[in-house]
Write a protein that binds this ligand. Structure first.
Ligand code: ACM
Ligand code: ZN
Length: 757
């Protein structure tokens, strides 16, 4: 009997331990002992009809997830007696932070207090998160008695979505707004126009949508491939739909910021109205990704007339204080050879094309300011001088935000390394992404106020935002997968007090957070639980393969070779002593494999695991595991190397010395390098191999200045030598010439591996 009783007893008492799992974590949270049981007999009592919308949204949630709704009473309505009620009340609270609310739950009353409706709405979102994480069998929802006082840390809490690279239907955009609301975000940045499509109806310029919203086909596979899908791709939002979405968001206390890109990323508009470009076309809506030289002509007044007319219609649709005008990635190539652009530079006494970009932005800013609105631009609007009232959205790093704040301009932080949710979440990502590596933990650890700013300057950091560019995201399910759980982590960065943030605490709440995603029917990434393989230096000199996992339901097994027949329990880093492939996976207690197999090939040679020193260290954005990355036995023969496995130098040469530890007979030396001009990564212009025996004096073996092929490049010398030290010099491509991607800036140089045979 006892054995049977125990589980029953547990079921009966478990609601008393209902786990409090709220994201973002509230400022103050006190857990009491009892419960509030919400069922069909619970009433909602409002101070005022002004609170009705929020109460109705709560009912919609209850209906959608738990299948029932509550009766709402407001103002002087006669309220029947009920077992218990939810009460919304206007009340002043301290501190006076926009969005503040408090919550007080007893057995009979669930009270949400706030001075304004947005606070009541945030309180309602917290209530949603106090509901059971699993759908209970009966319509009786046990809510723990808690007391909460809560308000946001940052005034700007944003999420962005690119609908130009791929179009998403209105029904999904509403869901996207719901996801923001669940997490107390208050700004949706809607990236509406780009080279690959113009997605907003502008009545004065119908060709923007009849021509500009369609591309003939789309790149298939990774950027740089020459395969296209051959399928016409179209989509745009009517002004009626835009109004609907703006209203839908406003009901959820979310402001919608439209982005109309200029002066770059405008080919879709140029295709519709070729007179807007320097060469007058013809142009076609872009079918691949990256950056194109075709941009709006800055010398032609018609460009400004056009953009101002577009902005007029945009302003009428969006009540947002901010209008985003892009400003990023605008090559100056066409402006350099355009007579009108050059005449403008002369007439306005501008120094160069960078000042012309500044002229462009400032002219548009003046227009938008005159309409009572403010501009946001990506950090390139700092080029050639910042427009007087502009807010900078810092994406290329933190430096744009830092520069803006130091110039007493507002800034919104969206640095790629922490805020680009199009980057991979896992090192062994199984879906195609743009690349990069942005795990959950890194998002959670992001601090929006750069340490370079003092307290006064820090006030200009309004908040932060994650960006979701959709080159490789063509359906709603993939959007969800890229968002969750990283968006939940970011919500905590933006809302919760800095000192309340705890990665360990978040890790403990993660299973519950994922249960809630299931309740919401959203797809999410479980990368956090993946097997995490890394190649690390072995003790002494050598290479080892290290495997980690957070999954406590499994243990790691591995096998040498591709076959998964004979596998061994993993007990610690595997010393790699020969060329070959290793595989590993997670297995449960019944020896069932519960993860993907991860594979790693090693290619060993005389340099493998040996000590490497540099004259100039690689750039800290691409520093891998330092010199070890060049001799870790991991060679990328095809495709984009993983960022952990290459080293990058920005505008600088590589000079690497390898100590082979003893005099060694060498028949060839190979440098594996990488190029991807679209990403400003250019091949070394020259590679020189040297040998030496004391680590200081070297003799040239061979200089190589041409290499065939592209992307994964091999520089090789076949002169036999005997030496203890090898030096490899790779000369940076230098300043990128006009006509090539990234013209005028320093080139990146990427090295992957040095092989000595
Ligand atoms: C951007 O990612 N080009 C703003
Ligand atoms: Zn021009």
């Amino acid at each position: 009997m006892k054995k049977l009783l125990l589980p029953v007893l547990f079921l009966l008492v478990s609601p008393a331990f209902a786990q409090v799992n709220i994201s973002p974590m509230p400022v103050e949270l006190k857990e009491g002992k009892g419960n509030f049981v919400l069922d069909k007999s619970t009433l909602i009592k409002l101070d005022s009809r002004d609170q009705q919308k929020t109460a109705e949204l709560f009912n919609e949630y209850l209906q959608a997830v738990y299948g029932f709704r509550l009766k709402i009473f407001a103002g002087s309505d006669a309220v029947p007696t009920s077992a218990n009620k939810i009460v919304f009340r206007y009340q002043r609270l301290a501190p006076q932070v926009d969005g503040i609310y408090a919550m007080d739950i007893s057995a009979r009353e669930l009270l949400i207090k706030a001075p304004f409706n947005n606070g009541l709405f945030y309180g309602m979102q917290t209530l949603i998160q106090l509901l059971p994480l699993q759908k209970p069998a009966t319509a009786s929802l046990v809510i723990p008695q808690v007391q909460i006082k809560d308000y946001p840390r940052f005034a700007y809490r944003g999420m962005h979505l690119d609908v130009a690279r791929h179009y998403f239907p209105m029904s999904f955009l509403k869901k996207y707004i719901d996801y923001l609301a669940y997490h107390k975000f208050n700004n949706f940045h809607w990236h509406l126009t780009d080279d690959q499509g113009w997605r907003i109806e502008i009545k004065k310029y119908p060709l923007l949508t009849s021509i500009g919203s369609c591309r003939a086909q789309t790149l298939a596979g990774r950027y740089g491939s020459d395969k296209y899908d051959g399928k016409k791709y179209c989509g745009f939002y009517t002004q009626e739909e835009v109004k609907q979405l703006v209203k839908y968001a406003a009901d959820r206390y979310i402001n919608v910021i439209p982005e109309i890109e200029m002066p770059g990323h405008g080919v879709a508009a140029l295709s519709a109205y070729p007179y807007l470009g320097c060469t007058r076309g013809p142009y076609k809506v872009y079918e691949t990704w990256g950056v194109t030289d075709d941009v709006f002509c800055a010398g032609n007044d018609s460009t400004f007339t056009f953009l101002q007319n577009v902005i007029d219609e945009v302003i009428a649709l969006f009540p947002s204080k901010y209008i985003h005008i892009g400003g990023d990635e605008c090559p100056k190539t066409k402006w350099k050879s355009c007579p009108l652009c050059q005449a403008r530079i002369k007439a306005e006494h501008l120094k160069d094309e960078h000042e012309l970009q500044s002229y462009f932005i400032q002219r548009m800013e003046k227009y938008i300011n005159a309409k009572g609105r403010s501009i946001i631009g990506w950090d390139e609007i700092l080029e050639g001088g910042l427009a007087p009232n502009a807010t900078v959205m810092s994406w290329t790093g933190e430096h744009g935000g830092i520069a803006a704040a130091k110039q007493q301009h507002n800034a919104i932080m969206t640095p790629g390394a922490w805020c680009y949710f199009d980057h991979s979440q896992s090192r062994n990502e199984d879906s195609l992404t743009i690349g990069g590596y942005l795990p959950l933990e890194k998002v959670y650890g992001y601090e929006p106020v750069p340490k370079e700013l003092n307290a006064e300057e820090a006030k200009y950091i309004l908040g932060a935002q994650a960006n979701l560019w959709t080159e490789y995201i063509d359906n709603p399910s993939k959007v969800q997968y890229m968002l969750f759980p990283r968006m939940t982590a970011l919500s905590e960065v933006l809302w919760s007090p800095k000192e309340k943030r705890s990665w360990e605490g978040f890790e403990q709440r993660l299973p519950g957070i994922m249960d809630r995603y299931k309740l919401w029917n959203v797809r999410y990434s479980t990368a956090y639980y993946d097997l995490q393989p890394t190649v690390v230096p072995a003790e002494g000199n050598g290479i080892s393969w290290k495997l980690d996992t957070k999954n406590t339901n499994g243990h790691i097994i591995y096998t040498k070779g591709e076959t998964q027949n004979a596998s061994f329990n993993y007990t610690g880093p595997l010393l790699i002593s020969a060329t070959g492939t290793y595989s590993a996976a997670l297995e449960d207690g019944d020896h069932k494999v519960i993860s993907n197999w991860v594979k790693q090939s090693f290619s060993l040679n005389k340099a493998s695991g040996k000590k490497v020193t540099f004259k100039t260290e690689p750039n800290k954005s691409y520093s891998g595991s330092g010199g070890f990355s060049l001799v870790d036995g991991v060679q990328n023969k095809v495709g984009m190397p993983k960022s952990s496995e290459f080293l990058g130098w920005l505008g600088k040469d590589m000079e690497a010395v390898i100590d082979l530890e003893k005099e060694t007979a060498i028949s060839n030396i190979i440098l594996h390098a990488f190029e991807q001009p679209g990403s400003w990564i250019y091949r070394p212009s020259e590679v020189t191999f040297y040998s030496g025996n004391n680590g200081a004096d070297f003799t040239e073996i061979e200089k190589i200045s041409t290499v065939t092929g592209s992307r994964n490049l091999i520089y090789r010398t076949d002169h036999a030598v005997k030496a203890r030290y090898i030096k490899v010099m790779a000369k940076n491509y230098g300043v990128i010439p006009i006509g090539q991607a990234g013209a005028g800036t320093a080139a990146w140089m990427f090295a992957d591996e040095i092989e000595v045979n």
